[in-house]
Design a protein around this ligand. Sequence first.
Ligand SMILES: NC(=O)C1=CN([C@@H]2O[C@H](COP(=O)(O)OP(=O)(O)OC[C@H]3O[C@@H](n4cnc5c(N)ncnc54)[C@H](OP(=O)(O)O)[C@@H]3O)[C@@H](O)[C@H]2O)C=CC1
Ligand SMILES: C[C@H]1O[C@H](OP(=O)(O)OP(=O)(O)OC[C@H]2O[C@@H](n3cnc4c(=O)[nH]c(N)nc43)[C@H](O)[C@@H]2O)[C@@H](O)[C@@H](O)C1=O
Length: 316
Amino acid sequence: MAATRFELAGKRVFVAGHRGMVGSALVRRLVRENVALMTVPRSEVDLRDQAAVFAWFARAKPQVVFLAAAKVGGIVANNTLRAEFIYDNLAIATNVIHAAHVNGVEKLMFLGSSCIYPKLAAQPLREDAMLTGALEPTNEPYAIAKIAGIKMVEAYRSQYGADFINVMPTNLYGPGDNYHPEYSHVVAALIRRFHEAKRSDAAEVVVWGTGTPRREFLYVDDMADACLHLMKTFSAPELVNIGTGEDITIADFARVAAAAVGYRGRISFDPSRPDGTPRKLLDVSRLAALGWRATTPLEEGIRLAYQAFLRETGQG
Ligand SMILES: NC(=O)C1=CN([C@@H]2O[C@H](COP(=O)(O)OP(=O)(O)OC[C@H]3O[C@@H](n4cnc5c(N)ncnc54)[C@H](OP(=O)(O)O)[C@@H]3O)[C@@H](O)[C@H]2O)C=CC1
Ligand SMILES: C[C@H]1O[C@H](OP(=O)(O)OP(=O)(O)OC[C@H]2O[C@@H](n3cnc4c(=O)[nH]c(N)nc43)[C@H](O)[C@@H]2O)[C@@H](O)[C@@H](O)C1=O
């Protein structure tokens, strides 16, 4: 895949979803670049509102867009709020991608997710595995909306020659995560649960599912760095996975998180809770060939994430 060079410097760069975990990491990373950063609060422009999005793009005229706004959550949020996950994510993708085209945006990056790959696809997950099999049922509405966004990017590239690209992040964690006890992802959920257990001297912490699923975790500042790298150097219709290329069982991950938090009690598993996809490990060879690798080891990332949790919940 040939490398290209896209100049970010001097551009008006819009981060959609700038208050979120990824969006805020993109903002932290972009301040080191010579760009005019653009953000807009959801109270001013709800990205599900087509008229509001079109009016804002026509007025603000961003040149570059990172589309990091979405309805996001862990396995239970995805499985419970199924209508919101499909409606919000379809609406956000169609409104922002079309508005970017109509207003002559020079380059747009759409953030998909590793959950767009079939539940039982061969591991590690290659980019060409998309649409080769049935999806994991717990997050099918979200994955379908993400696949629609990916296909829009491909269609606008092929029909209009738009320089829009698709990246597929693995499971992310770090500052700005959502610590909701039911609706968060596993990393934030376990940091909070182990922390509360440590504070209350609880003898046991219950982890959902069997502990056997395998997941790959990427620190969100690495994710932001990869996004900037690809924005500057990648332009093609193919997807690019963003991950570390290493995975871990949930049981082993729980031990890593407990150690980072300093919880020393028992860890048990509740198999009545959903496991989700048995394994989600990305093939990152395309990303490596494009010149990027993750640099934050899991133990270090979880330590930083715990510090961020303490800060963000007023305990640090
Ligand atoms: N977290 C993860 O593990 C993974 C995330 N991704 C993708 O990365 C992207 C960012 O995710 P992440 O940062 O974790 O999610 P967050 O929930 O932390 O952030 C989502 C952001 O989107 C904004 N947003 C949501 N709905 C609307 C709306 N209707 N109008 C305007 N803004 C809206 C939120 O605004 P507000 O703050 O006002 O609520 C928030 O800023 C998403 O596309 C997600 O699918 C992909 C793979 C894994
Ligand atoms: C990023 C990704 O996120 C979601 O998919 P997921 O990978 O299943 O993410 P998760 O973080 O919620 O769970 C990972 C694993 O961890 C186990 N687990 C243990 N204990 C807790 C726990 O306490 N909370 C949660 N949430 N999970 C737990 C859980 O049972 C599962 O086996 C999708 O919505 C999908 O759409 C998506 O994009």
